[in-house]
Design a protein around this ligand. Sequence first.
Ligand SMILES: Cc1ncc(COP(=O)(O)O)c(C=O)c1O
Length: 454
Amino acid sequence: MTFDLQEAAKQHLWLHFTRMSAYGDGDVPVIVRGSGPYVYDDKGKRYLDGLSGLFVSMVGHGRTELAEAASKQASELAYFPLWSYAHPSAVTLAARLAELAPGDLNRVFFTTSGSEAVESAWKLAKQYFKLKGEPGRYKVISRDIAYHGTSMGALAVTGLAAIKGDFEPLPPGGVRVPNTNFYRAPDFVAHSEEEFGIWAADEIERAILREGPESVAAVFIEPVQNSGGCFPPPPGYFQRVREICDRYGVLLVSDEVICAFGRLGYYFGSERYGYVPDIITFAKGATSGYSPLGGMIVRDYLMEPFLSGHATFLHGITFAGHPVSAAVALANLEIFEREDLPGNVRANEAGFRATLEKLSDLPIVGDVRGAGYFYGIELVKDKDTKETFDDDESERLLRGFLSHALFDAGLVCRADDRGDPVIQLAPPLICTQEHFDEIERILREVLTEAWKRV
Ligand SMILES: Cc1ncc(COP(=O)(O)O)c(C=O)c1O
């Protein structure tokens, strides 16, 4: 008897953030291999990976050079912890990341994932302030609808009410401020992106004052917010946020789990927008997914209280900075450099934007926004009024039709309604105009059909 992959997937595998009932009758999609920006399912059908898996596969699929780096490291030293010991791959990678990171962000604490990176950054902020004689600072400010991970701490930083309620009570201290969705800016600042940005940044100051500056440890912000559909920062936003954080002694954490490693055309998103955060959190693209790795890079002064006496950062993860993952990350960065992938993104991003903007002629497309190789397309019921879909319509449109139809048409992307309904795109950094055209063609076909069903 042969092993039935479909049946076993339905019986034994628990998919993440997935309504499993949706696979009662239909097949679970099974992806078996990848090559460049394409992946293939178990029936041999090809899909353009318009989301880099999950914002991960920066160099594309099927790079044997990364598999070989993993194999070489596993043969030499498969595992040793970073608890009290170092190993060459983690040391070399930490030094390389310190070189690439902005300003004096020179110290790297590895994790295995983005949630752990966020969790680690919050824990570091808390312990740092305890050591510095400000034990009351524990709160974290983050933005509406922003996703920062699923572990309890990271979930408390996350601004998506719908995925938090079932896990309350969460660690206390999460405070929300507005995000930078200019398409939905309040009327009094809707006439100017600059003024909107200053207002949104000043909301952070108001939150700090409301909570009491002596109780606030950190502000967590993505360079371009993913959840809600790619909200780039308005001009001057980050400069203002930096000023506010400095004024009140609050740490600025740039959550770059998606935006680092070329996604926005630079090694770090903060570089693109010209600010120096106190901590950068990263994961996903660091290894292009050939092995899991995350971490945080912190400024020198945050390490300083831990460099003398008995002080120890009381935090660790068995597989953090795993030798195989660190070796893969180094090989991944070699590809970045050799092929100048950040440069490729900068050279082609205008073409990507222009190609997606062609879709603005469709009645369902309200807004096309993003930066680099990271775009969101907001879907609306009425372009003139920007009226969005209600919950039922959104359910029918996104879950009932779009997600499957886009996949069936050969495109991996994400139809998301955690904020207003959006389609999200984040193709591998090797993509060029021919891939943008393919994305546009499939989206046009499927969105035209979707409009008929509205
Ligand atoms: C900005 C941001 N932070 C944190 C996370 C959590 O990362 P992970 O899924 O690796 O735990 C994500 C995941 O998408 C993210 O986008």
